[in-house]
Design a protein around this ligand. Structure first.
Ligand SMILES: *Cc1c(COP(=O)(O)O)cnc(C)c1O
Length: 355
């Protein structure tokens, strides 16, 4: 049996794999594969409707917030957000907490004036900035709620008067939050929502239509809202896998229930990192991510050997990102607590062998 700690695309519930496989062969006894159904059929419309309804329910969204399933991954949102929300001469505030935030800032420069109001760069992104001010006239304030590569996470969402925009690609639906307090949330699906190929955008429709720029049809959120995410052919299979994963999450008891398990998983692993003499964490304790746990070894020359030992034991995907080195164990919703317990036992066994 393998224990999959991949950072993304990443583990999904086993039941999702089984149902998705069946749907490829014969979708709901239609005699057709989900891959050969027209997206304008009632059959697929039901999938899209359910996926949107489940997301609204799981996030407790109000009627101002619209749910979209779009192409292009979270990286397309780096430009689509400022294209829709920011005029040329306007300022938007950005928190720079790692690689993904920096990419978002770079794209915003093409459309307006992003102002970096805080940065973790001087600390090599090992902590979340604490003391900073956001100008009142900033059109919106953009944060990356969880920094997938460095393994840090905003434990508390900053409270400012600005419209909040968040890249939640790697921690959406992992913890309770007042999602309605955000103007716009986006997330690539391949970490906590479903299969690669689609991203979710949750937008408060009242913040749209406030700029002068002409927006290309396919880039304008308002058109996607009007057409129910079917302005053009949606990524049908990816949306279907999202729907299955959201159904699974609801059956687990929703976000509050999964958050308890996520807290237990993170606590078990950080506890081992802190108590095992061979390992140490890389992020300031109070800012540690509960989704992507990054750690290194006191003796870096042992790292390759631990990686091989873990691999022999069926542990997949714990090699750290090339920028932060060491190890990264991603503990997304679908990863069971038993896999974390197993990783902990492998760390303990390795430590016994090397003392
Ligand atoms: C993975 C990730 C992205 C990039 O997502 P794509 O779908 O590959 O564009 C952006 N932001 C964060 C926080 C991520 O974890």
């Amino acid at each position: 049996m393998l224990h999959n700690f991949n950072a993304g695309p990443s583990i999904l519930p086993q039941v999702v794999f089984e149902e998705a496989s069946q749907a490829i062969l014969n979708y709901n006894n239609t005699g057709l594969s989900i891959l050969e159904l027209g997206h304008r059929t009632a059959t697929f419309q039901a999938v899209m409707d359910e996926a949107q309804a489940l997301l609204k329910e799981l996030m407790h969204l109000d009627t101002d917030h619209e749910v979209l399933f779009l192409h292009g991954g979270a990286s397309t949102q780096f430009m689509q957000v400022p294209m829709n929300l920011l005029d040329d001469k306007e300022t938007a505030a950005y928190a720079d907490t790692g690689v993904w935030s920096s990419k978002a800032i770079k794209e915003a420069k093409l459309f307006g004036k992003p102002e970096v109001v805080c940065s973790g760069k001087e600390n090599n992104y090992t902590s979340i900035p604490k003391d900073f001010a956001v100008p009142n006239d900033a059109k919106y304030f953009h944060i990356t709620t969880n920094n997938t590569i460095y393994g840090s996470q905003w434990q508390k969402i900053p409270n400012t008067s600005n419209i909040m925009v968040a890249d939640m690609s790697s921690d959406i639906l992992s913890r309770e939050m007042d999602f309605n307090s955000f103007g716009l949330i986006y997330a690539g699906a391949q970490k906590n929502i479903g299969a690669a190929g689609v991203n979710v955008v949750v937008v408060n429709k009242n913040i749209l239509g406030k700029i002068k720029r002409a927006i290309p049809t396919i880039m304008d959120y308002r058109n996607h809202i009007k057409e129910g995410s079917m302005l053009n052919t949606p990524p049908v299979f990816a949306v279907y896998v999202c729907m299955l994963t959201l159904r699974w999450l609801k059956a687990q008891g929703g976000v509050a229930a999964i958050e308890k398990i996520n807290n237990a998983k993170a606590a078990a692993l950080y506890n081992e990192i802190d108590s095992n003499p061979l390992f140490k964490g890389t992020i300031a304790t109070e800012d540690r991510s509960k989704m992507n746990v990054c750690f290194v070894m006191h003796d870096p020359s042992l790292e390759e050997s631990f990686l091989n030992f873990a691999k022999q034991n069926g542990i997949v995907g714990i090699k750290g990102h090339r920028l932060s080195g060491g190890f990264r164990a991603s503990l997304y919703n679908a990863l069971p607590l038993s896999s974390v317990d197993f990783l902990v036992s492998v760390m303990q066994e390795f430590s016994t062998l090397h003392q």
